[in-house]
Write a protein that binds this ligand. Structure first.
Ligand code: FAD
Length: 402
């Protein structure tokens, strides 16, 4: 006899796990999450985990603000589990060209009730000790409540909570196909263990989005892009834990680990993204593209000369699913009734995952709910309509990443 489910969630990253949890929490009896390999097999396994509200688009800032609150109360809110969140603070550094934009973003955020302020170089030096060279920095913003978490730990926590609430989490279970009925509506999914009958599927396959939707005649403009991280060990004289630093001059982000004297640096320069694109997420095998780790290391030394001789302890890469405007696609897909998606988070989906789970579960269960109206911004059709998401403010070089 064919197995049935009320809702099948495909993909066991932080987004799929959060959606499964929120569906189970809202009383959906049989939610099954299917993950082709292990939980956090994709972007969520390697993300650097920065959680900040600094967005130039008010809707993204609002979602990030709501998510940040959830990270602060993660244990109470999600069954006592730990997301690995550290509120170590977050600084944004800009050069002369971006001073006005930074001031406007901070003012917008303050009006929204986000705890953020402009900061003096001295304030940052006090927190970071002799770590940073700020001679080229023209303005700084500071979010004291932001920081970073652990994406794999968060994914496991969300999935475990979903399971506690009755959802089934099945790893090593790829969705090989989707069955439609004669009217073209979702009828089920196909796995190596057999078919599962369902009328509702949520596509959360991240960087696999383009290939996954092809079978349904849908074109998801999601490009898998390899993202690199360099880790150095700080010498004892600069070994204090430091806050997250988003450097919009060198276009990189830097954070320390809470338990070890390590500093991690990643790239936020969009000009590299085309070079690191793959035609299929399956091509990703943890490869490192030539030169980029050296470039990241140089950026780190430029911003933190005190780390010039700090040994590199690790270089690694993960994979992003990037859309043309660097924003996710979150929608109910009317071309295939019963299909929903939350994919293409383009390098900033981890911080949004708690709130996205709530919004997508509402989109499915209470489609007229006012709180999901803002999801219209992230609709699938915006690319065909040539109506990409565009922030009212923008930094000189950072594009949609901010
Ligand atoms: C190096 C790096 C740094 C990052 N830094 C940050 C940051 O500082 N802050 C931030 O907010 N975000 C950051 N991100 C981005 C963030 O990690 C992602 O946006 C987020 O993890 C996306 O989660 P997801 O669940 O959408 O996708 P994924 O985590 O990629 O999950 C998709 C899952 O779907 C599964 N899947 C695919 N096809 C199938 C199928 N047919 N059947 C079953 N399962 C399938 C995959 O195996 C995978 O586990 C970073 C990412 C990387 C790689």
């Amino acid at each position: 006899m064919t197995e049935t489910a009320d809702i099948v969630v495909v993909g066991g990253g932080c987004i799929g796990a959060s959606i499964a949890l929120h569906l189970a929490e809202k009383g959906v009896k049989k939610v099954i999450l299917l993950e082709q390999k292990q939980l956090a097999n994709g972007a969520s396994g390697k993300g650097i985990g920065i959680i900040r509200t600094h967005y130039t688009h008010p809707v993204l800032a609002k979602l990030a603000q709501q998510s940040l609150q959830l990270f602060h109360h993660f244990g109470e809110r999600f069954g006592g589990y730990d997301a690995g969140f550290h509120a170590c603070g977050y600084f944004v550094l800009v050069g002369e060209a971006d001073v006005e934009t930074l001031h406007q973003v901070v003012a917008m955020h303050q009006q929204m009730g986000i705890r953020v302020d402009l900061a003096e170089a001295q304030q940052l030096q006090q927190v970071c000790g002799p770590l940073l060279d700020l001679s080229d920095v023209a303005a700084i913003a500071y979010e004291p409540d932001s920081g970073y978490g652990s994406p794999p730990q968060t994914t496991a926590a969300l999935a475990q909570r979903a399971s506690d609430l009755g959802a089934e989490i099945r790893t090593e279970t790829p969705v090989l196909g989707i069955n439609l009925d004669a009217e073209g509506r979702i009828e089920g999914v196909v796995t190596p263990q057999g078919a599962i009958h369902t009328r509702t599927v949520v596509d959360c396959v991240g960087p696999w989005a383009r290939q996954f939707a092809t079978q349904l005649g849908l074109e998801f403009p999601v490009t898998p892009i390899v993202e690199h991280v360099v880790v150095v060990e700080r010498p004892t004289e600069v070994a204090t834990v430091h806050p997250v630093v988003s450097d919009l001059i060198n276009l990189c982000y830097i954070r320390s680990d809470a338990e070890q004297p390590y500093t991690r640096i990643g790239n936020s320069d969009p000009k590299y993204h085309a070079q690191f694109a793959l035609s299929d997420a399956e091509q990703f095998q943890g490869q490192l593209f030539p030169d980029i780790c050296d470039k990241l290391h140089q950026k780190l030394i430029r911003r933190c000369p005190s780390l010039t001789h700090a040994p590199i302890t690790e270089t690694y890469s993960g994979i992003w699913g990037v859309t043309p405007d660097y924003q996710p696609i979150i929608d109910r897909l009317d071309d295939v009734p019963g299909l929903y998606c939350a994919v293409g988070f383009s390098g900033h989906g981890y911080k949004l995952s708690p709130v996205v789970g709530d919004l997508v579960s509402r989109l499915i269960l209470e489609p007229m709910n006012e709180s999901v109206e803002l999801l219209h911004l992230f609709r699938y059709r915006r690319f065909q309509e040539n109506d990409w998401i565009k922030a009212p403010l923008s930094y000189a070089q950072a594009r949609g990443l901010r």
